[in-house]
Design a protein around this ligand. Sequence first.
Ligand SMILES: Cc1cc2nc3c(=O)[nH]c(=O)nc-3n(C[C@H](O)[C@H](O)[C@H](O)COP(=O)(O)OP(=O)(O)OC[C@H]3O[C@@H](n4cnc5c(N)ncnc54)[C@H](O)[C@@H]3O)c2cc1C
Length: 383
Amino acid sequence: MKIAIIGGGPSGLFLAILLKEQLPHTEVHIYEQNPPDATFGFGVVLADAGLSNLRAGSPKVVDDLVGAMRFNEWQTIVSRDSAISIRRPGIGGGAISRITLLKILGDHARRLGAQITYNHRVTDFSSIDADLVVGADGINSQLRVADEPKFGTSRYNLTNHFAWYGVAKPFPTSTLVFRKYLGGCFVAHYYPYSESMSTFVAECDHQTWQELGMETMGAPKRQLLFEEVFAPELGGYRLVSNNSNFRQFDVIRNSRWTFDNRVLIGDAGSSAHPSIGSGTRIAMEDSIALAGAIVRNGSDILAALEDYVSVRAPAKAKLIVASEASCNWYERMREWMDAFTPHEFVYRYMMRTGRVDNARLKDQYPDLAAELERAGVLSTTTQ
Ligand SMILES: Cc1cc2nc3c(=O)[nH]c(=O)nc-3n(C[C@H](O)[C@H](O)[C@H](O)COP(=O)(O)OP(=O)(O)OC[C@H]3O[C@@H](n4cnc5c(N)ncnc54)[C@H](O)[C@@H]3O)c2cc1C
């Protein structure tokens, strides 16, 4: 069996590993448009729960990823310049530079015999000679774009604007700072991912974008503005850009994940908003489900694709619903920043995805729950 994977991101590389581990005689060829030492973004976080799901797919790979991660059990949320610390359950979130993640996955895939062709952007999908063509080509998937009606694609843009920067300062904890500045509403999410670097996601609402003239300001001035807004936290460090363009998040959904011998996985199939911090994990879980379906169905590709969708769709839907609830919450951050005290704000933040209720908050975040009770927030808002 020959399987072509378009895209050497987390989902494509992990799928290749899982296939070669379980079906060593399958020919797996990955096409990646970038060179092996280049990617977008900086560090990503994989939470404790996500890592155990991935471990079920390939323990060896997850051991290597965990070895390269920086774990931090604390998260700080700042609103109205008041900081509240949250101890996260388990071992907390593990942060890793995206390029290290891809290198570890790429090394495993090659060691197992997958072929990876870098610097190769696929544009003509009909000429690919394979029994199965996998679109693991991310949010701007060309495999999807080429046949959107067949995949039943729908899309809309969120209104907030965000950019993915780095900063050469290893912050002590993962922190979200919501700040009003010059009448605008800004948020920075930063977390360390190596000895010397942190990710810094910069975001503002559309009203801010318009009122402060950010559309016409140009990239360097926008960066300077964020450096000014978050000067107390940056302490003189400059933001580092890696094609860090501001954009409005594309919410992409597909009513069908497959047609003929083509299938979409990861962001190509359903984009996951960065604020839920699970896009990589969701993408890699897709790979586990697809590899499992191929193993179960042997050379019957169409049966495997049907099996993949029936197994994966219900579990993925829950994560995607949470992602949508989270991004909708961020879309209204101006209202929350105006309305809520820091404790109320943190409570709302914790509840934003609908996956945490009061009982779960008390069970998994007992210190925070106690603090919110002392502040009169948990009891007064409990229904
Ligand atoms: C600001 C920001 C912060 C984030 N933080 C986190 C986080 O902390 N934790 C987390 O889990 N997730 C995070 N994410 C989400 C995460 O980056 C994505 O969900 C994840 O990368 C999806 O993986 P993927 O394999 O589906 O696609 P991608 O990672 O996008 O990989 C697709 C690959 O396909 C290649 N490609 C595209 N088109 C072609 C083509 N035509 N031919 C050949 N190659 C092609 C691309 O170069 C790329 O390497 C964040 C995202 C953003 C934007």
